[in-house]
Design a protein around this ligand. Structure first.
Ligand SMILES: NC(=O)c1ccc[n+]([C@@H]2O[C@H](COP(=O)([O-])OP(=O)(O)OC[C@H]3O[C@@H](n4cnc5c(N)ncnc54)[C@H](O)[C@@H]3O)[C@@H](O)[C@H]2O)c1
Ligand SMILES: [Zn+2]
Ligand SMILES: [Zn+2]
Length: 373
């Protein structure tokens, strides 16, 4: 069938909305009519060339909410009309990591930049009019009116929660919230620094407060982001990271923050190095943001790492298990403990994906969301 979606043809490049040909779902797959999708910085990394997919054109988007329109043959457990949130990380339920409650590390993750089906990488469900294949970001491609995805990437959600808000649970929320709660293990009374308050970082702020931190120090060069951080749980906000580090020390008798979370839009080794400087002995530095995928090295003194027993903790999707954590986050949203509506600064049409990313670069939005009609 015909659909429309926002693709990039090369990097550096710009998202453009084009007509696409969508195949029918096969076994283990569903066709989803997208209702809304968040616009994560990770999709921008493909436009800038910081991250490189295996195939162009590349259909962006991985933070979606939608309604199941068709179910592949012999695919039990799914019905037309089911509401879903996409999980940017699929889970097979059977590999060592899924079995151990670490769905975010599922072995299927190795295929996310390939664009084809997880179990058959040369097989594509999206094509241009001329029949050439279109890669789907994370096997999803939520920047499209309709897409075909594996059920391994879909989390069924209750029908009474607004998909145009809970779409953010597909990436930003779990990634940020879990960076503080799971990866950072933030505890009651902690002093936490969050560096970079975009769609992900704002959720790290929420997660840190939720976990009981007494002080959440937000760092962002953009004033609007700092204001938002203060609104959603940060206790102080700084434009300059070194001032934030000093403030963290002033609260802890000179020792430093218990946890620092780095969620800068285009994270470099330098940013991670500042996070490392911010934490106390035996403190935890959580690295969530990504940038140039070929960059190697963190400027951090090895002696300090060893003798101060500091911990550097990477995290993918905030170390959440999407099938369990997304339903839990929906309950927290219903309870008013997790704010989602407040994170969406602006809604866009599918034709406006490129201009939404301009807004992201200009610092005028926390999260932009595409609303489909
Ligand atoms: N690890 C994961 O699983 C995962 C998942 C999703 C996104 N990400 C990555 O997380 C990062 C953040 O994503 P996002 O969607 O929130 O991006 P975003 O662009 O919405 O937010 C990034 C923020 O960083 C701020 N910033 C820029 N330079 C800074 C600096 N020097 N110090 C402090 N703040 C600075 C920006 O002003 C912006 O507010 C991206 O690199 C993204 O690719 C990682
Ligand atoms: Zn994302
Ligand atoms: Zn698995």
């Amino acid at each position: 069938m015909k659909t429309r979606g926002a693709i990039i043809r090369k990097a550096p490049g710009t998202y453009e909305t084009v007509d696409l040909e969508l195949d029918a779902p096969r076994q283990g797959e569903i066709r989803v009519r997208m209702v809304a999708t968040g616009m994560c910085h990770s999709d921008d990394h493909f436009a800038t060339g910081d991250m490189v997919p295996a195939v162009y054109p590349w259909l962006g988007g991985h933070e979606g909410g939608g309604v199941v329109e068709a179910v592949g043959p012999h695919t039990p457990g799914w019905e037309v009309g089911d509401h879903i949130v996409t999980s940017f990380l699929p889970s097979c339920g059977q590999c060592r990591w899924c079995a151990a409650g670490m769905q975010n590390l599922c072995d299927l993750g190795a295929t996310l930049l390939m664009g084809g089906r997880f179990d058959d990488l040369g097989s594509y469900r999206v094509h241009l009019d001329d029949g050439s294949p279109v890669g789907q970001m994370c096997g999803l491609g939520t920047f499209a009116e309709r897409t075909v995805i594996s059920t391994q990437s879909a989390v069924k959600v209750p029908k009474d929660v607004p998909l145009e808000k809970i779409c953010l649970l597909g990436c930003a929320v779990g990634t940020g919230w879990g960076s503080s709660v799971n990866a950072g293990q933030v505890a009651a009374g902690d002093v936490v620094m969050v560096m970079g308050v975009g769609g992900v970082g704002i959720n790290a702020v929420q997660g840190a407060r939720h976990a009981g931190a007494d002080h959440v120090i937000a760092v962002d060069p953009v004033e609007f982001k700092r204001e938002k951080a203060l609104e959603l749980g940060a206790t102080r906000a700084f434009a300059d990271v070194d001032e934030a580090i000093e403030y963290g020390r002033s609260l802890t008798d000179g020792q430093g923050c218990d946890v620092a979370v780095v969620t800068v839009g285009r994270t470099t080794g330098e940013h991670i190095g500042r996070g490392f400087a911010a934490i106390r002995k035996a403190g935890t530095l959580v690295c969530t943001g990504i940038g140039d995928m070929t960059e190697v090295g963190i400027p951090a003194p090895i002696t300090e790492l060893v003798t101060y027993q500091k911990r550097i903790q990477g995290t993918h999707f905030g170390s959440c298990s999407p099938m369990g954590d997304i339903p839990r986050q929906i309950q927290m949203y219903r309870d008013g403990r997790l704010k989602l509506d407040e994170l969406i600064t602006k809604e866009y049409s599918l034709d406006q994906v490129a201009s939404a990313y301009e807004d992201m670069h200009n610092g005028t939005i926390i999260r932009g969301v595409v609303r489909f009609d």
